[in-house]
Ligand binder design. Structure first.
Ligand code: SAM
Ligand code: SF4
Length: 454
């Protein structure tokens, strides 16, 4: 057996791609290791959505130069968005690199590794495919680990947001055939998976480019009918595709968790226009209102970019207003960085100073912290359904899980509850998580942990 060390940057889609890479390479006799020093194969699964993510990749490759000089037989490969973006140029820029595989070429990886091992080649595979065959897993998927699983339903994006590199590195939208998705989820549910996260760069436009395919809400209805499955989530979606049918699905489908990640990016109409997002703040708010009317307990999260080219103080203030107006449960905020090929990088100067970007980011995060704390405190006293994930990362001796609204709850309980659905009474709140205590079947609290506010 040979050893694979894999490092993943970026989003859940990349994390899922890395799981597939591990599975594919297992068939080529590789088992994973957490120690880079003992690896025979080192892979970086990369992200290039923001400049910072890209810089981290280059510094990791720099660190491994010396390792390769000591152990020439070690194979080093780069995959994912940065690999797709740079292609062969990466081999020139990083002389100790052995292989480069793009976002559509994970299925070729075993063959590429063999070409390096036996022929000493330096293969590069960055072709895009129009048919989604490359998203299918090889037969003999290993047993599922845990009660949560990711399922890719589509890849790529046909939108043209001016700041975004995704369409250039993930390609045009392709949707996996619905029967393949459904049979994969049925199999996962039989293996004990209770919650699936449907993945794609723009999941709610599922099926749009495939004549005769189900729409996204229709797909959700079919998944909702799968026996033993208890929860459905998806990420990430575009506000333009939050259709009336999708809003109805939230009201009708008991397995669809009451949480939506709906990136707004900015609260200013003029910035949204420069970003080419295709909606105004009013249109975004109308959709949120309709959603909350049909599904009042809906939890919401979003992405924000601060310091987009030309963003004035006034425009930035509109984003702060939007946070107060929507009262998201959680946000992911980023400073703008120009990306290769993108319209904003070509059309506008990156003219908001770094310190202004950082100050705006801090302001957004401070405000959101207050809002998240307020929203989390409102949950104190309620009883929530939790899918237990395992030991708590922050509170030693406790276990953790998530509410249907995607809030993390830490509470005392045996670790063998992992993978089980339990009822937990919320006893305390911080901006980032909740504290709770288990509720027994008879409604009696089985564990008593002094709650209070953290
Ligand atoms: N499809 C999603 C949508 O429609 O909003 C976004 C997916 S993108 C991979 C994830 C997030 O990265 C975006 O929502 C945006 O906030 C951020 N992002 C993308 N490009 C960026 C850039 N050039 N600078 C800063 N943040 C960026
Ligand atoms: Fe990028 Fe999302 Fe816009 Fe597509 S919809 S271009 S993935 S930000």
């Amino acid at each position: 057996m040979k050893r694979l060390y894999i490092q993943t940057y970026g989003c859940q889609m990349n994390q899922h791609d890395s799981d597939r890479i591990v599975q594919i390479l297992r068939e080529a006799s590789y088992i994973t290791t957490d120690t880079v020093e003992e690896a025979d194969l080192i892979l970086l699964n990369t992200c290039s959505v923001r400049d910072k993510a890209e810089q981290k990749v280059y510094s990791a490759m720099g660190r491994w130069r010396e390792l390769k000089a000591r152990r020439k037989e070690v194979i080093i490969g780069v995959g994912g968005c940065l690999a797709q973006q740079e292609g062969e140029a990466l081999l020139r820029r990083v002389p100790h690199l052995d292989l480069v595989f793009g976002t559509h070429n994970i299925h070729k990886l075993a063959q590429m590794v063999r070409a390096v091992e036996s022929l000493g080649d330096r293969p590069v595979e960055v072709a895009f495919y129009r048919e989604p065959f490359y998203l299918e897993d090889p037969d003999g998927r290993p047993a599922v680990d845990g009660a949560k699983a990711y399922v890719t339903i589509m890849q790529g994006c046909n939108n043209v947001c001016s700041f975004c590199i995704v369409p250039y590195v993930r390609g045009r939208e392709v949707s996996r055939p619905s029967e393949k998705i459904l049979s994969e989820i049925e199999r996962l549910a039989r293996q004990g998976v209770k919650e699936v996260m449907l993945l794609g760069q723009n999941v709610n436009s599922y099926g749009k480019t495939t004549p005769g395919e189900l729409t996204f809400p229709q797909l959700l209805h079919r998944i909702n009918g799968i026996e033993r499955l208890e929860r459905i989530r998806f990420t990430t979606s575009h506000p333009q595709d939050l259709s009336p049918e999708l809003i109805e699905a939230y009201a009708e489908l008991e397995k669809l968790c009451e949480h939506l990640h709906l990136p707004v990016q900015s609260g200013s109409d003029s910035v949204l226009e420069r970003m080419r997002r295709g909606y105004t703040r009013q249109e975004y708010m109308d959709r949120i209102r309709r959603l909350r009317d049909r599904c009042p307990g809906m939890a919401l999260s979003t992405d924000i970019i601060v310091g987009f080219p030309g963003e004035s103080e006034e425009e930035f203030e509109r984003t702060l207003e939007n946070l107060c107006e929507v009262e998201y449960d959680e946000i992911f905020a980023f400073t703008y960085s120009p990306r290769p090929h993108t319209v904003s990088a070509k059309m506008y100067a990156d003219d908001v100073a770094d310190e202004v970007k950082r100050a705006r980011l801090a302001k957004v995060q401070r405000l959101q912290s207050e809002i998240s704390l307020k929203k989390n405190r409102e949950k104190v006293g309620s009883v929530e359904e939790i899918l237990v994930e395992g030991p708590s990362k922050l509170r030693r001796g406790q276990i953790m899980g998530r509410t249907r609204g995607n809030r993390i709850v830490n509470f005392s309980g045996p670790e063998d509850l992992s993978g089980k659905m339990v009822q937990v009474r919320i006893t305390g709140a911080s901006a980032n998580s909740l504290l709770g205590e288990l509720v027994g079947e008879d409604g009696v609290f089985t564990t008593v942990e002094a709650g209070g506010t953290e």
